[in-house]
Design a protein around this ligand. Structure first.
Ligand code: E4P
Length: 222
C-alpha cells in the first residue's frame, strides 16, 4: 500500500512523516485555501518537511487546457518533482496530454466514474483519484468504482495506479485495500484512526503494568 496524506497542514505532515510509512502528500484547491497564504510558500514548506524522497501533488485551477499547462509548468518551476493534479473534465483530459508530453507527472482527480479514469490513464495520468466518500454520500459505491478502475487498468495494461481519495472513515479505506487498490490519500484525522483500537491500548497498558511491577517503573528491555 502506498500511503499519502491529504492535507497542507504542516504540523499534521510533520507528525505523519515522523510516525508513518508516508509516501507523499496530496493537496487540492480547498485544502490550500484553508491555509490562506501563498501557494508557493505552502508547497516549499511541505517539500522541506517531506524531503525529496516523497511525492507532492498540487492541483491546477485553469478552466482551459492551455492555462492548465501553464499552471503545470509554473508548479514545476516551484517544485521540479511536483505531481500535477488535473480534473477529469474534457479540458482536463486535453491538458493531461499536453502536460504528459512535457514529462510532468500527473494525478487525475475528481474522478467519479471508471470511464473518466480510463480516459485519464490513456491521456497520460499516472495516478487516478476516485472520490470514494463523495460517491458513497450520493448512494453510490465508491469502493466498487475504484475496483472497476483497477480492473480497467489491468485490462488495458496501462501504466497507472488508482489513488483512493476522499475517505471519511476507516471502513472505506479497508474495503478499498481489500479490493487490491495500490495507493490511498487520507486526511490526517482518518489516517490516525487506522491504528486506533481500545484493546490495543489496554493490552499495552497491561504489559507496562506487569513489567513495571517486577522490574521497576520506567524500565524497558535495555
Ligand atoms: C484528493 O485527490 C481529493 O482532493 C480529496 O481526497 C477530496 O477529499 P474530500 O472529498 O474529503 O474533499
Amino acid at each position: 500500500m502506498i500511503y499519502m496524506l491529504d492535507t497542507a497542514d504542516i504540523n499534521a505532515i510533520k507528525k505523519a512523516v515522523d510516525l508513518y510509512p508516508l509516501a507523499g502528500v496530496t493537496t487540492n484547491p480547498s485544502i490550500i485555501a484553508k491555509e490562506n497564504r501563498p501557494l508557493k510558500a505552502i508547497l516549499l514548506d511541505i517539500r522541506e518537511v517531506i524531503g525529496q524522497e516523497r511525492m507532492l501533488h498540487a492541483q491546477v485551477m485553469g478552466k482551459d487546457a492551455e492555462t492548465m499547462l501553464k499552471e503545470a509548468q509554473a508548479l514545476r518551476a516551484i517544485d521540479p518533482d511536483i505531481i500535477v493534479k488535473v480534473p477529469v473534465t474534457p479540458q482536463g483530459i486535453k491538458a493531461m496530454k499536453l502536460i504528459h508530453a512535457e514529462g510532468i507527472r500527473i494525478t487525475a482527480t475528481a474522478i467519479l466514474t471508471p470511464q473518466q479514469a480510463l480516459m485519464a490513464a490513456v491521456a497520460g495520468a499516472e495516478f487516478l483519484a476516485p472520490y470514494v466518500n463523495r460517491l458513497d454520500n450520493i448512494c453510490g459505491d465508491g469502493v466498487a468504482v475504484a475496483a472497476e478502475m483497477a480492473q480497467l487498468i489491468e485490462n488495458y495494461n496501462l501504466d497507472a495506479k488508482v489513488l483512493g481519495a476522499s475517505f471519511k472513515n476507516v471502513q472505506q479505506v479497508h474495503q478499498l485495500a481489500l479490493s487490491g487498490i495500490q495507493s490511498v490519500t487520507i486526511a490526517p484525522e482518518v489516517f490516525d484512526l487506522l491504528l486506533v483500537h481500545p484493546l490495543t491500548d489496554s493490552g499495552v497498558a497491561g504489559f507496562v503494568s506487569d513489567w513495571e511491577g517486577v522490574y521497576g517503573e520506567g524500565t524497558n528491555v535495555l
